[in-house]
Design a protein around this ligand. Structure first.
Ligand code: PEP
Length: 255
């Protein structure tokens, strides 16, 4: 299991330090769950100093697909590695919707992340209109294939996929356990086809979209759900710790 907190564009340096310290002191040491937090770029270095030794991994929320150069405003994979990042979120729906991210750009970035030994957390998910039109499985399948098919994955731990239905992000509305199971099972079958049985079955598929302390255990107990990508609730140490505890409980029940 993996629980990753996506802080989005929240928390300045002082607030990031405070929340990180709060998370370190509340999450404890779960047996079967890895934990990551993904603060804004400017908070990464300070956050890493506090996380160091805690077992909690650091992630970024985006990166550019080249090493360095005249790309004003961008941040590269080597830079993320240098401040202690282990993960990088790629293709979050907010980046796809607001900043023109495409499956092709996500693919380029995922290849670059892997080249620099960052683990990409590749986000996919359909809009409400696509779900209502009944094309959600096809949309997500295209996102998974086009974002991942050029990747070389030698170990399942080198890649994470996050299914985040756009209509559930930040809305307080979660996908039902049945909807989650159906999509995660579909994604699993594509991963097995792309990367083979051993690697495809081992890649973590996270669910994201209004995961809260009161629904986390049920969502994480579904087949092929290997944890969560948490937005709003990751900004509160107690809520985040409770979600981590639910993931660990679900892992204990499952294995
Ligand atoms: C997210 O931003 O990835 C997310 C899932 O947000 P929230 O948990 O707030 O819906």
């Amino acid at each position: 299991m993996l629980v990753a907190g996506n802080w989005k564009m929240n928390l300045d340096l002082a607030a990031a330090r405070q929340l990180t310290a709060g998370i370190v002191s509340t999450v404890g040491k779960p047996k079967n769950t890895h934990i990551a937090i993904c603060p804004p770029f400017v908070d990464l270095d300070a956050t890493y100093s506090i996380l160091h030794g805690s077992g909690i991994k650091l992630g970024a929320q985006n990166m550019y697909h080249l090493d360095s150069g005249a790309y004003t405003g961008e941040v590269s994979a080597p830079m993320l590695r240098a401040v202690g990042c282990h993960y990088v979120i790629l293709g979050h729906s907010e980046r796809r919707e607001l900043f023109g991210e495409t499956n092709q750009s996500v693919s380029q970035k995922a290849i670059q992340a892997k080249t620099h030994k960052l683990v990409p957390i590749v986000c996919v998910g359909e809009s409400l209109a696509q779900r209502d039109a009944g094309v959600h499985e096809g949309v997500v399948e295209e996102q998974v294939r086009q974002s991942l098919e050029s990747l070389h994955v030698g170990e399942s731990s080198e890649l994470v996929v996050a299914y985040e239905p756009v209509w559930a992000i930040g809305t307080g509305r979660t996908a039902s356990p049945e909807q989650v199971t159906q999509m995660h099972t579909h994604i699993r079958s594509i991963l097995v086809e792309l990367f083979g049985q051993k690697i495809g079955t081992g890649i973590d598929i996270l669910y994201g979209g209004s995961v809260k302390p009161n629904n986390a255990l049920e969502l994480f107990s579904q087949p092929n759900v290997d944890g969560g990508l948490i937005g709003g609730a990751s900004l509160n140490a107690d809520d985040f710790a409770s979600i981590v505890a639910s993931a660990d409980k679900a892992a204990t029940i499952r294995f």
